[in-house]
Each structure stands twice: as C-alpha cells, then as structure tokens.
Design a binder for this molecule. Structure first.
Ligand code: MN
Length: 233
C-alpha cells in the first residue's frame, strides 16, 4: 500500500481469558434508554409508550480500555464532565435489517463502559440544535473494560449496573430497566446503517449521572459482565 504516512493502528479491546484482541470498527451509543435517567435529563414522560431509540457515535480512537485502573484524560473546554455507566455490546457479526429474534446471535460479548460527556457543551448543542459530536466524541470519551465473551457470560438481561466515585455510590440501576432491550437496539440500528463485526454499542445509562474532577477514582460494574476501574487525570 502506498500511503502518504503510516495508517493509524486499529483500536482494539482485550478479551477476558484470551490473548486475542477485539478489533473495533465503529462505536454507537443509545440515548435515554432508562426512564429514570431520561427524567433527570428533563425529557418528558412517555405516557403513550416508547419513542424510537436514537443513536450517536464516538470515534473508535476515543477508546480507553483494558484491565486495571485506566487513566482517563480530563478533556479541554468543559467545566462539567459527566460519567455515564453503560453495558457495552460487542458485535462478532453484522447485517442490515436484522430481525429482533436474530439480533442476539450477532453478539460476541459484553463489556462495562463509560460514555463520558461534556454536559455543558451538550446543553449548548441541544439549545441551538447543533450536533452532539463535540460533547460526546472527544478523546478518551469512550471507556471500556475487557470484553467478556458470550461463551463465558451468556447474555445478561437482568442484573445490577452501578458506579461509584471515590467510594461513593453515584449510579445504580438494573439491566431489566432498559426501555429498548439489546436485541431491539441492534435490530433498530441495523435499519439505519449496516452493522459489522467489530462494532461496539453503548446501551444507555441509568439515573445518577454527575460531574467528575481530576483525581477522581471510578469503580463500576455490571453483574454478570465484569468491572471497570478508572482515574481522571
Ligand atoms: Mn450515554
């Protein structure tokens, strides 16, 4: 290949119990997928059932991942960096217009993730109907634990999802509270874009999002998936 400079390395995530790495293609995120969090963000209650899920993306190279305490850079241009604990779905196969009953078979594994958000920039973007990219897709905005393959963890659909900051519980919910379940999310997203092996999907956060400071230590987990540890530097 005759590139003008060396291509950047492919982002990858370690796999629990394996020497192999999961090569990342795209990172998708679901907005407002737990009712309590939708309420804390000021979204109206949905009396007549669910609105369709909405999605945004982060660049693959925004990932900070692995085992142990992950150093995460506090980003520039914000005074309100928020944590959002989320279960992450890692796809081992893709497709378009995937039926809901076929969606689960595309999943390679699950991870514990943080969808870090510059909440002040996001608030200005919402106000002006501007895009969310710079509030959601900055460097180090996507944090992930190693991936737990479905061969080891199955498909967790209930279980506690939680996050502490400096030992204090900040976020807590249960996977069963997702408004759009994992197979629905995959099926819906696959109507918009073709999904492929290597795609990660952040599945939304429970209530309790809040600000982080430099020096904060985060511990988080999803029952049946694993744990994540990070420090803001
Ligand atoms: Mn989120």
């Amino acid at each position: 290949m005759n590139f003008v400079f060396a291509p950047h390395p492919i982002a990858s995530v370690p796999i629990a119990g394996s020497e192999q790495l999961f090569p990342v293609r795209r990172i998708f995120c679901v907005g407002r997928n737990y009712a309590e969090h939708a309420r804390e963000m000021g979204a109206a209650d949905q009396a007549d059932g669910r609105e369709p899920p909405f999605f945004f993306t982060k660049p693959a190279d925004a990932l900070v991942c692995g085992v142990g305490e992950l150093p995460v850079k506090y980003p520039p241009l914000t005074k309100n960096l928020h944590h959002e604990i989320e279960m992450v779905v890692a796809l081992g196969a893709g497709g378009e217009n995937v039926p809901v009953d076929a969606a689960q078979s595309l999943i390679f594994g699950y991870a514990v993730g943080l969808d870090l958000t510059r909440r002040d920039i996001q608030a200005r973007a919402k106000e002006k109907s501007h895009p969310w990219d710079m509030s959601k897709g900055f460097d180090h905005s996507a944090v992930a634990s190693e991936i737990n393959p479905t061969s080891a963890c199955g498909h967790p659909r209930t279980g506690r999802i939680w996050l502490t900051v400096n030992g204090q519980l900040r976020q807590q919910g249960d996977l069963s509270e997702m408004m759009w379940k994992v197979p629905d999310i995959i099926a819906n997203l696959s109507t918009m874009v073709r999904l492929e092996a290597g795609d990660l999907i952040y599945t939304g956060t429970p209530a309790g999002v809040g600000p982080l400071q430099i020096g904060d230590v985060l511990e988080a987990g999803v029952d049946g998936v694993g744990n994540l540890s990070a420090r803001i530097v």
